[in-house]
Design a protein around this ligand. Structure first.
Ligand code: DX5
Ligand code: ZN
Length: 219
């Protein structure tokens, strides 16, 4: 499991100490820092904007994996690119022109990700596989941390793993929502290589982050 990457979702961090917490999960062994951006429109919650991403940039050199739950998303892509995002992931359902949005992300020199909600079939990415660097399978409905993993998504993960392998390209297959040490082996078995974990990383406070990440990685 050495090729498995763990991406703590800072949605479960202490928002009053965000810089400190990002530094702490960086030192605790995080591979990516997963940043959940919500607009209160596409999803029923509001989190952070590009200025916060920019402020966090000074606290970690790890890959900033920015998950945009915004619609329309296109007007904000450049701001998140300039803020220091490494990967910008948008939802397939968040705009009428997925291909155009991905072109925009690539034109800004960033890695491009597409996220699929639990009800969204993998067929929506069929004709953009040549442009994506990451596919994010939502295993909860987006909006909140601490929800329960939806098992029907395992089949989707398997199908997307086949689609990725058929390209011969190095595309991350990321799973987001309800991942913990019990769920981790199932999603890895299905073909995922990046595991987002919010509540499972941050539970117990900073002294537990390294143990929590290791528990998921080793599972
Ligand atoms: C949900 C977010 C997730 C969330 C995961 O909309 O995209 O990244 O923070 O939290 P857990 O790991 O607690 O399910
Ligand atoms: Zn997320």
């Amino acid at each position: 499991t050495s090729n498995i990457k763990i991406a703590p979702s800072i949605l479960s961090a202490d928002f009053a100490q965000l810089g400190v917490d990002v530094r702490a999960v960086d030192e605790a062994g995080a591979d990516y820092i997963h940043i959940d951006v919500m607009d209160g429109h596409y999803v029923p919650n509001i989190t952070i904007g590009p200025d916060v991403v920019k402020a966090l940039r000074t606290h970690s050199d790890k890959v900033f994996d920015v998950h945009l739950m915004i619609a329309p998303v296109d007007p904000y892509i450049e701001a998140f690119a300039n803020a220091g995002s490494d990967i910008i992931t948008i939802h397939a359902e968040a705009g009428p022109h997925l291909h155009r949005s991905l072109q925009l992300i690539k034109s800004l020199g960033k890695k491009a990700g597409v996220s699929l909600n639990p009800s969204t079939p993998e067929s929506v990415i069929e004709y953009v596989m040549d442009m994506v660097d990451l596919v994010l399978v939502m295993t909860v409905n987006p909006g909140f941390g601490g929800q329960k993993f939806i098992p029907s998504q395992l089949e989707k993960i398997k199908r997307i793993r086949k689609m990725i392998d058929a390209t011969g390209r190095d595309i991350d297959l990321e799973v987001d929502g309800g991942v913990n040490p019990e769920i981790a082996p199932k999603v890895i078995e299905a073909g995922a290589n990046v595991l987002v974990a919010g509540s499972a990383t941050f539970k117990g406070g900073p002294s537990e982050y390294a143990n929590n990440i290791q528990a998921i990685r080793g599972a």
